[in-house]
Design a protein around this ligand. Structure first.
Ligand SMILES: CC(C)(COP(=O)(O)OP(=O)(O)OC[C@H]1O[C@@H](n2cnc3c(N)ncnc32)[C@H](O)[C@@H]1OP(=O)(O)O)[C@@H](O)C(=O)NCCC(=O)NCCS
Length: 275
C-alpha cells in the first residue's frame, strides 16, 4: 500500500474496488524545522474491507471487530483504519500496516502505536463507506472531519452555528446553504478532534472566525483558538475539514495540482454512492 499504488487505485478503481488518494503535506515549523504529515481519503464497500482486512489490520484492531458490532459501525471502523493506514503508507512506505495499531484512548481518541510511529498522531473520520485520515507529528497536532451534506440538516445545523459565522461564510462562498452549514460543522468537529475534547464542549467555544477563499479551498481561523486554522473542502455531497496550527507556528506547503487531485477523489467518492 505505497503512495504510488494508492494513486493507481484512485485512477483505475471500479465501484467494488477501493478508491484511495493520499497526499503528503510539507510543514515548515520555524521553531522546530521541517515536518511531514500525510492525508488520505479512502472509499470501499464493507465486503471488500472484510475480505482484505488481513492485509492492513493489526491483531488489536481485529479484536475491536466483535460480532456484536452493527454493520454500520464495523464499516466505519474498517474504512477509518484503512484510510489511516493509507496515510501512514504515504508518510512511511517502509512500515508494514499490519504492525501498526490504532486503538481508542481514554477519550476515545485514536492512538497510534507500533515500531516507527513514535511521536506520530492520527485523526480520522468516516461517513458511510468513505473515510479521511491524517497522520501528523505530535509536534503539530491536527484534526480531521468528513460529513455528508444533507439539506434535511439545515435547521439543525443552523441552530449549531452563530449568525456571524453564517454571514462570514456566505460572503465568501456562493454555494447552497446546506453545504455552507456542513462545512462550518466539519471545521468545528475537526477542531474538537485536534483538541481531543470532541463535541463535549459548548459549540460556541469552537466557533469559526475569519473566512477566506484560497488556493487550498476555504481557509478559516477560529474565534477562541487563535493558534489553529482550518481548511475546508467540499465535492458532491461530501464536505471535509482539516485543522492544524497556523502561521507563524507552522506554514503548510501543498502542491496545488495534488490538492486538486485530492478534491477530485472526494468528488469521485461522493459520485460512487450515487451510482
Ligand atoms: C469525536 C466526535 C466529534 C466524532 O464525531 P462523529 O461524527 O461521531 O464521527 P467521525 O467519523 O467524524 O469521527 C470518529 C472518530 O473520531 C475519533 N475520536 C473519537 N473521540 C475523539 C476525541 N475525543 N478526540 C479526537 N478524536 C476522537 C475516533 O478515531 C473516531 O473513529 P473510530 O472510533 O472509528 O476510531 C464525537 O464522537 C465526540 O464528540 N466524541 C466525544 C466523546 C467523548 O468525549 N467521550 C468520552 C468518553 S469517556
Amino acid at each position: 500500500m505505497t503512495g504510488e499504488e494508492s494513486a493507481e487505485s484512485a485512477a483505475g478503481a471500479g465501484t467494488d474496488r477501493p478508491l484511495v488518494r493520499s497526499l503528503r503535506l510539507g510543514l515548515d515549523a520555524p521553531r522546530i524545522g521541517p515536518l511531514q504529515a500525510a492525508l488520505a481519503l479512502a472509499s470501499a464497500p464493507l465486503g471488500w474491507l472484510n475480505a482484505h482486512r488481513a492485509g492492513f489490520l493489526h491483531g488489536d484492531e481485529e479484536a475491536l471487530l466483535t460480532d456484536r458490532l452493527h454493520p454500520r459501525r464495523r464499516h466505519g471502523l474498517l474504512i477509518g483504519r484503512y484510510a489511516a493506514k493509507c496515510a501512514l503508507a504515504a508518510l512511511r512506505p517502509d512500515l508494514d500496516p499490519r504492525t501498526l495499531a490504532i486503538r481508542p484512548g481514554v477519550l476515545e481518541q485514536p492512538v497510534l502505536s507500533g515500531e516507527g510511529t513514535a511521536n506520530l498522531g492520527v485523526s480520522l473520520s468516516h461517513a458511510g463507506p468513505v473515510a479521511v485520515a491524517v497522520v501528523f507529528p505530535e509536534a503539530c497536532p491536527m484534526g480531521i472531519d468528513l460529513e455528508r451534506i444533507r439539506p434535511a440538516n439545515i435547521a439543525l445545523l443552523t441552530r449549531q452555528t452563530t449568525a456571524v459565522e453564517r454571514r462570514n461564510l456566505a460572503a465568501c462562498l456562493a454555494v447552497p446553504e446546506a453545504e455552507r452549514l456542513t462545512r462550518l460543522w466539519c471545521l468545528k468537529e475537526a477542531l474538537s478532534k485536534a483538541l481531543r475534547c470532541g463535541l463535549t464542549v459548548p459549540l460556541d467555544l469552537l466557533a469559526v472566525g475569519r473566512v477566506e477563499a484560497g488556493p487550498t479551498g476555504l481557509g478559516v481561523t477560529f474565534a477562541h483558538f487563535a493558534q489553529y486554522r482550518g481548511l475546508s473542502l467540499a465535492a458532491g455531497d461530501l464536505a471535509a475539514a482539516l485543522v492544524l496550527p497556523r502561521p507563524p507556528a507552522v506554514t503548510l506547503a501543498i502542491d496545488a495540482a495534488e490538492w486538486a487531485a485530492f478534491r477530485e477523489a472526494l468528488a469521485e467518492a461522493a459520485a460512487r454512492e450515487m451510482r
